[in-house]
Design a protein around this ligand. Sequence first.
Ligand SMILES: Nc1nc2c(ncn2[C@@H]2O[C@H](COP(=O)(O)OP(=O)(O)OP(=O)(O)O)[C@@H](O)[C@H]2O)c(=O)[nH]1
Length: 718
Amino acid sequence: MSTVDDETAELVMALFSQETLQEEKVAPAIKTEEKTSTKAKVEKPEKANESGLKDVESQKESTVSPAIQEAAVQVSVTPEDTVVDEKPSAEKEKVSTEKQTVSDKTTPLPEDKVVTSSPSSKVARDAGKEKLSRRHGGRVRIAETITVKELAEKINVKATEVIKELMKKGQMTTINQMIDHNTATNISETFGYEVEISKDNIEDLLIQEEDREEDLQPRAPVITIMGHVDHGKTRLLDAIRKANVMEGEAGGITQHIGAYRVTTDKGTAVFLDTPGHEAFTAMRARGAQVTDLVIIVVAANEGVMPQTREAIDHAKAAGVPIMVAMNKMDLADANPDRVKQQLSTLDLIPEGWGGDTVYSEISAKENIGIDELLDLAILQAELMELKANPSRLASGVVVEAKLDRGRGPVATVLVERGTLNVSDNFVAGKWNGKVRALFDDQGRKLKVVGPSTPVEILGFAGVPEAGDTFTVLEDEKMAREISARRQQRERMAALMASARVSLESFMESVEEGQVKELSLILKADVQGSIEALKESLGKLGNEEVGVKVLHSAVGGITETDVMLAAASAAVIVGFNVRPTPGAREVAKHEKVDIRLYSVIYDAIDEIKSALEGILEPVQREVVRGHAEIRELFHVPNVGTIAGCYVTDGNINRNSSARLIRDNVVIYTGKISSLRRFKDDVNEVHSGYECGIGIENYNDLKQGDLIEPYITEEVSRTL
Ligand SMILES: Nc1nc2c(ncn2[C@@H]2O[C@H](COP(=O)(O)OP(=O)(O)OP(=O)(O)O)[C@@H](O)[C@H]2O)c(=O)[nH]1
């Protein structure tokens, strides 16, 4: 659509629909007051500034509440605010961040609705700032999309003026039409406003500043139980649940919500009721690290098994402290010393042996040693001095989620920081919501929950995923906006086929200074290959980059391997093994790079190349043919020419060639001359005789083979 001039725009505006005018009439009272000429702001910013201050003063008798007026006046004389607009933008950002840290309740929000309806002094202060910035022709916050009417209100002009500007830019709109962020920014700038929040940093609203030391209070540890299949994880979780001294007091029915709190005489701990490292790592893959302590369960009769090692690797990759519970001690063949010995080789040296790993002997079945285990875990956690700030907006992680037929989307969230209240607005993964109801693991209805509390929440707009972060926001609209944006981004991401962590992207990260270490998961057909790979890879790298093997094991590449790789930004190296169909599927979904090799040197070379930042497509040599030397001619000033018979394939001039004597390659060079009789030719086919000269090489012998080859570039695929 072509743009229109001022006059035409006026004309069209005159014919503009009744709807527009009516909408204008219902605009908030506050807006009518604020109709200072924005044109004046553009032309004479200093004057506009002064009049802005006056306006704020004059509003003392106006419709705005006294608290807001007072705040506005206070803000108007705060030097900080006058300075803000004069600073270069980088500093401005700094100032605005500083301002945000004034209160724990982050996310000062620009919405008029919030400003006028909330009585809190913080909001009042923001209201004052917002008003002041309007008078400046100052800064506005615009989310990703906004209606014409909302934009007009924000920049304090009539909606018709916005429509007119849009028309001049060739865009016909109505008052309730959504416009995109770029257009809105453009229009705001035309009216002399600086857009404070761009569509790319709307998520900045979720960035949580560090808590002050004095606001922190001790919190309960979050513990995950892992171990080999059938070693007793589920049974132990049940036993622990039964050991809860608080249970029964309130008579609630215990329900499975994915996590529960256990209180003993020694203190409280939260157990994630999703045993196994798959769940643990799947959550980590979503960016959630909720566990403070891992208890590895080992059946004392069986000892360390493959999944025990795997679980330990997963816990280590997450950097979480490990405790060991030696289970099934009731069995006659239980051998705790063997378990200790085995685990010592994995760096889990028992305290009694001079190490720092806590071991305990239990029987989940016979309920022996459970209280002691709990006490030890709580004690161990105490040493970690875990703390959280309860007096801030809540944030946490989704532990489990489902669609309940009667209640809609339901999720268990572990509140990590802050206090969660009924009616709080939030974002969880790609969904927003408003807390409709809260239940604990006993099914009791709650109104408020603090840190380290698992709680079941109703009120999600959709079903989030385990591991999604859950963040409370003051403003419902921002929550909706972030959710919409994340959903859009997810759709975009699905379209992008680029690997999540590939050797190539690793190099990019290295160049950007983000990553210095390439994490690998090694899977091979035999232990010997793993050892060889580990040793060779260990030698790669320098002081800047290196390789870290997170996990290695014999066997095919499983879904768990892929999830670990996804969670730890690792690349999987498979040597003579293949991914299971499930693993292939997960790798595709999680965009994990799996590299398969059958030659150890290829693996090492490729990883070395990645480390050196010169990862090129694989070079593959293809032999083109063979020629047997039957006679030799010494040509003055040229050198030795071999009279040959082409036994197979073709011989090409200028191609690379190897000279083979008694099955050993004795020279590699280039075919410098190729002749049939007296003529130079480019190619000689099998079954023909020809003369071949090799560049800079004369030591040819009868019976030698000349083997020309070419190097092909092969792009790497699974
Ligand atoms: N004798 C004995 N048996 C136990 C003990 N703990 C668990 N078991 C038994 O071991 C088997 C496996 O226990 P689970 O708790 O299901 O083991 P798990 O590790 O959760 O197993 P998966 O969920 O399959 O990974 C069950 O038959 C339990 O009854 C114990 O302390 N002593």
